[in-house]
Design a protein around this ligand. Structure first.
Ligand SMILES: [Zn+2]
Length: 486
């Protein structure tokens, strides 16, 4: 039995002024994915690969790439990725199935539904009878085109996503049931007109916690294999944006599959007004004032409007300016991307004092570039990022030359270890301002208190302030009093 496997993970922020390229995916082709140091480790692609291998399946590895969350991809490089999948399929001759690890909210300049496009191209090549299954991120934007060509979509059950490997494994086990046990699958998707930020839908907090429990309970039913909430991605201006409830089950129990999806969708919509920030959230000045009055340390504040884990450029200095204006000391700012300033610091050397125009060079209201007097304290590399650690009016500021290294899928702002690698002890600071949305488990573990600062930027948490043009209307909560029923 031969199954084509591959990975394409990218959560595309359509508001970012930047564009990414193929290289940002750290692309791996064909058999190279089986190398011991392969970067798919721990993710859904590895779950798919290991589960199918253990079942004795011959794998046809296509393309593997993970750009995490970032700006939109240029179209010509998307075409190269699609061509790599097509080439692998054509080289393999016939396959019995296709099982892919996708994100679902990819964004390409000139193509607002790349996963739908890719899956359609693959479907045309293999014909209608070969099963195609994809695992998706919980923040996937499910489209009609995707639904029309796949047999099943299987999503994460957790946010933060700690079940990525397991989800890939579930997708693989499902395709094995189809191919080995001859099961026919029925998939039902109900879409709710709703935009929802990840910062209001962590699965260990209400109401997502109970909604997720309802999915798990539904999966216990006879004939139901998988249920998923796909929450969409509010920082893409997409005509496909919605919350999607997908239930996959035995075609013999088709009615049960449909009824279960309806029940879960109704349960979700009924609780729509209960979604709130799962972390204390304040305007920046208020967050800083509260942090300054805290006796325990460190207080960790997310600069949520410039959150690279949702594709922001990470080059805004609005939060830093706020820290300076509020006379914040003994704090660290993690971290602003500015390759020119980082290089100037590196050339000046440790101990040097210099004036920097910090942050994005085009003027941004309230923030960048920010003229500062900096003293270089440390120069080094952390997670593949060249960094300068400088002191600015008593605030330790990390300046990086890029958001992330494309050979390392770890997101630097997710892990306090990034500070340690630069010779900084996170517990030395009273306040840590980190460019993030909801805090990673690692930052939550060290935070004496955690807050979201509601700053402007590419990942503005105040969705009503975002200049959407393509998002379908009406949509909750932009159209707060809208009616909807199944
Ligand atoms: Zn996600």
């Amino acid at each position: 039995m031969k199954i084509l496997v591959g990975e394409l993970i990218h959560e595309g922020n359509s508001f970012s002024v930047e564009r990414i390229t193929l290289e940002d995916f750290g692309p791996v082709y064909g058999d190279d994915v089986f190398a011991p140091d392969s970067r798919v480790r721990g993710g859904s692609a590895e779950g798919i690969i290991n589960t199918l291998r253990e079942a004795g399946v011959e794998l046809v590895p296509a393309f593997f790439g993970n750009a995490s969350a970032d700006a939109a991809l240029i179209y010509s490089d998307y075409e190269k990725i699609r061509a790599a999948f097509v080439q692998a399929l054509q080289d393999a001759g016939e396959v019995d199935g296709i099982c892919l690890a996708l994100h679902g909210s990819m964004y390409v300049d000139g193509e607002d539904d790349p996963e739908g496009d890719l899956l359609t191209v693959l479907r045309k090549l293999v014909g209608p009878d070969i099963p195609i299954i994809a695992s998706l991120d919980m923040h996937a934007t499910v489209t009609q085109r995707m639904l029309s060509v796949v047999d099943a979509l299987v999503g994460y059950h957790t946010a933060p996503h700690v079940d990525r490997y397991e989800t890939g494994s579930k997708a693989a086990r499902l395709i094995l049931r189809i191919l080995q046990d001859g099961i026919n699958v029925k998939m039902e998707c109900i879409q709710i007109p709703m935009l929802l930020a990840g910062e209001q839908s962590e699965t260990n907090e209400s109401p997502m916690k109970e909604l997720q429990q309802a999915i798990v309970a539904a999966e216990e039913r006879e004939g139901i294999f998988h249920g998923s909430y796909f929450l969409g991605f509010p920082w893409a201006d997409s005509p496909h944006n919605a919350v999607s409830i997908v239930v996959v089950g035995d075609a013999k129990q088709g009615e049960m599959v449909v009824e279960t999806a309806k029940e879960l969708a109704k349960g979700f919509w009924d609780r729509r007004r209960e979604f709130r920030f799962t972390t204390e959230a304040y305007p920046l000045d208020e967050a800083l004032r509260i942090a300054l009055s805290c006796t325990e340390k460190p207080v960790v504040i997310a600069d949520s409007g410039d959150n690279p884990t949702a594709g922001a450029t990470q080059d805004l200095t609005i939060a830093l300016r706020g820290m300076m204006e509020n006379n914040v000391k003994n704090a660290v700012f993690v971290f602003v991307v500015d390759a020119v300033s980082q290089q100037r610091c590196a050339q000046a050397g440790i101990g040097a004092k210099l004036e920097l125009a910090l942050g994005r060079l085009e003027p941004v209201p309230g923030g960048s570039p920010l003229t500062v007097q900096a003293t270089v304290q440390y120069l080094g590399t952390a997670q593949g990022i060249e960094c300068a650690v400088v002191d600015i009016e008593g605030i330790t500021v990390i300046i990086g030359d890029k958001r992330r290294d494309s050979s390392d899928i770890r997101t630097a702002v997710y892990d306090p270890e990034f500070l340690t690698e630069l010779g900084l002890n996170p517990f030395d600071f009273e306040i840590i301002v980190v460019k993030s949305g909801y805090l990673s488990p690692e930052y939550q573990a060290i935070a004496a208190r955690k807050m979201l600062a509601l700053t402007p930027g590419d990942t503005n948490e105040i969705l009503k302030d975002i200049p959407y043009q393509k998002v379908p209307r009406p949509i909750f909560p932009l159209d707060e009093d809208m009616e909807w029923s199944i």
